[in-house]
Write a protein that binds this ligand. Structure first.
Ligand code: FAD
Length: 506
């Protein structure tokens, strides 16, 4: 039997060997209830994952044994009773390299399970290890890695050189949002239609909750993300046709009434294995070659997938299991209840209220709200990075262990002390004001750091730098604002005010 995990749902996970035929190998899928009991997931995420697994099982028909079990081991045991010795050790089962340390440990501990190569990424793990070794212990830079992937995969290359002679077109991107509109007006993104399988999933989740077996955060609502490969391909096509052209310039901008802007909404499909990254970047490149999208947008999108997504996946394995316990800034505060419950209505700061409501209602926001609104607030408040990581993992439809650890522990919370990024990603309200329309209607003023209208991000930023000034003074990317602390009027008041704020909603 060939075992498919719930994030291995596309055709590229079907062949058990390297590229053997495997067309008739019987398949096994295990729906483990304990996964949902262990963590309080967003309801929309639980729905999406179960819906995608059950849709896949329905497509595969008789070829798949679909087991609903308490744990993976129970599931294997039950499946084995149909053929093996029934001891749950996975007799004669093959599986592709799973996506978490825990799942890899599990499959490796089963004596009869053969673990095949990872699928769903452009770069094999061993190739990355060799590339990293070639750096002789020097810092691994995402930019260098990205150039290497572009060359190796011949992405946006012309005669051995990057298209238009530039690797990076960020200079043409990262614009603030247009000031005269509340939306980019580029047509609505693809949204799927629910079917009987979704109705069954919704019914099961209601029952589990009623029985007190599991509980969820977030609101239930129509499923917003693809659960089948056909839906995911439609979403990709729609993105390339309608949104890719404007992806670059507004990549970092935020509009309250247009949370998606030009983003692709493809992360959950990629992470469920419904789409392969190669087809995403190839379709984007083709759009550029045919003159349907400009290079800055296409390069920006290719960088996200062939650069960032691949890099994050590789760092997860490269940094190892202990990385999750990193806490270089010694942040120990627990998450407050309003945050854990996604209680957006308790928050007055317009940016955080808007973004937290997006998470509550959809389980998704784009990368800047994640980094510069949610993550930045958690960092400024000194919340425990492991708790913040767990929160992101549970509350986002595209959250998985491999993608959470580098993005949250490293990029967002700087808990690894700079192994992944060269500086902590946090800012005052001025950045939010420049890159969004969220500050206009806010009760707080981005320019105020003390007093009744003090922006929690502006005050939080200075308080954060102040708390960590010793460590950060030596970091050339933030040394300047750290030096400014000595000349900052009202610093003592900022300290007092932020201390008094505690963990109340801003
Ligand atoms: P687009 O903006 O359209 O980007 C295209 C694709 O690039 C995405 O679909 C995604 O597959 C890939 N990508 C871009 N950046 C990253 C990245 N840093 N890591 C991995 N993939 C990337 N991404 C997840 O897939 N799952 C997560 O749980 C997740 N958590 C995040 C938490 C934090 C604090 C931060 C800062 C980023 C996180 N990201 C995560 C990365 C990124 O925010 C999302 O991939 C993206 O917002 C998803 O929306 P999209 O598909 O419209 O992306």
């Amino acid at each position: 039997m060939h075992w498919l995990f719930g994030d291995q749902l596309g055709p590229h996970f079907l062949t058990p060997g390297n590229d053997g035929p495997g067309h008739n190998t019987p398949l096994l899928m295990i729906e483990s209830r304990s996964v949902f009991r262990r963590r309080r997931f967003h309801r929309a995420k639980a729905h999406l994952v179960l819906s995608a697994m059950r849709h896949r099982a329905a497509e595969l028909g008789d070829r798949v044994t679909y087991v609903r079990a308490d744990t993976y081991r129970d599931g294997l045991d039950r499946a084995a009773r149909g053929g093996g010795d029934g001891d749950g050790d996975g007799d004669g089962v093959s599986v592709h390299h799973p996506t978490s340390h825990a799942a890899l440990r599990l499959v490796r501990a089963l004596p009869q399970v053969t673990v095949g190569p990872a699928r769903g990424f452009l770069v094999p793990i061993a190739d990355f290890a060799a590339w990293a070794d070639g750096h002789g212990g020097k810092r691994l830079r995402q930019e260098d890695f990205y150039h290497w992937v572009r060359r190796e995969h011949d992405l946006l290359m012309e005669g051995g050189r990057p298209a238009a002679g530039r690797w990076n077109l960020d200079h043409d991107n990262r614009e603030p949002p247009p000031r005269d509109t509340t939306s980019l007006q580029i047509g609505r993104p693809y949204r799927p239609r629910e079917d009987d399988i979704d109705a069954e999933v919704r019914h099961d989740l209601d029952r589990w909750e009623r029985d007190g077996d599991v509980s969820f955060v977030g609101r239930d609502g129509p499923r917003l993300f693809p659960a089948t490969r056909a839906e995911a391909r439609r979403a990709l096509r729609r993105f390339v046709e309608q949104r890719l052209a404007t992806f670059g310039p507004y990549e970092d901008a935020m509009l309250a009434d247009d949370p998606v802007m030009s983003h692709s909404l493809l992360s959950s499909s990629l992470n469920l294995g419904l789409l392969d990254p190669a087809e995403c970047v190839e379709q984007a490149e083709q759009a550029w070659r045919e003159g349907r999208a400009p290079l800055n947008s296409v390069e920006g999108f290719v960088r996200q997938i062939a650069g960032w997504r691949e890099y994050v996946w590789q760092l997860y394995w490269h940094f190892g299991e202990d990385y999750r316990n990193s806490n270089a800034l010694d942040h120990t505060a627990p998450l407050p209840g309003w945050w854990s419950e996604l209680d957006a209505d308790a928050v007055r700061a317009n940016c955080l209220r808007t973004v937290l409501a997006q998470v509550r209602d959809t389980g998704w926001t784009h990368h800047i709200p994640r980094l510069m609104i949610l993550g930045s607030h958690a960092l400024q408040r000194g919340w425990n990075p492991a708790a913040v990581t767990d929160w992101f993992h549970r509350c986002f439809v595209d959250g998985y262990d491999w993608v959470m650890l580098p993005n949250v522990v490293g990029m967002s919370q700087y808990a690894d002390g700079g192994r992944m990024t060269t500086k902590p990603y946090t800012s005052g309200g001025a950045y939010v004001n420049r890159m969004s329309d969220l500050c206009g209607p806010c009760v707080y003023r981005p320019g105020d750091r003390t007093g009744e209208h003090a922006c929690p991000y502006t005050a939080g930023y200075w308080a954060f730098l102040d708390r960590h000034r010793e460590r950060l003074a030596g970091n050339h990317r933030v040394a300047r604002p750290v030096r400014q602390l000595d000349r900052l009027t009202g610093l003592a008041e900022v300290r007092e005010q932020e201390h008094a704020r505690g963990d109340t909603p801003p």
